[in-house]
Design a protein around this ligand. Sequence first.
Ligand SMILES: [Zn+2]
Ligand SMILES: [Zn+2]
Length: 143
Amino acid sequence: MDSNRLKNCAICGKLFLKVHTDHCLECYKKIEEEFELVNGFLKIEDNRLTTLEEVKKATGVSAKRLTEFIRDGRIFAGDYPNLGYPCNRCGKLIKRQILCNSCFDEFATDVNRVLKSEQLAESMGKKTESHKQRGYWHIKNSK
Ligand SMILES: [Zn+2]
Ligand SMILES: [Zn+2]
């Protein structure tokens, strides 16, 4: 009994045997069906200028799932000028990652700042650590 491989489906919550995905076979099948629907819709020449909202209406597939298809690269949004999903921060239409370029730049700056202050805290932490060790050795050696 390998309980490590039993996992709750990330979508429906049902317990399943984890092999490759985070969701159970039923959800996997449903996603594949949705993908086929979307893929079929996008293959139609007239739909080249479609938007996410239009695909959602035409196929009944949720915006969240469509976003996942684009983000995972299963749907190549680069071929569809108006197809994309909103930037997590400013809502601008994007086709990859979760932030648009300008938000990503700001985000990267923020992360750098946080990292620097964490590194600073860490190096200060190390100093106190080595200080303690010196104290320890000092006591030990003087015995
Ligand atoms: Zn499921
Ligand atoms: Zn943005």
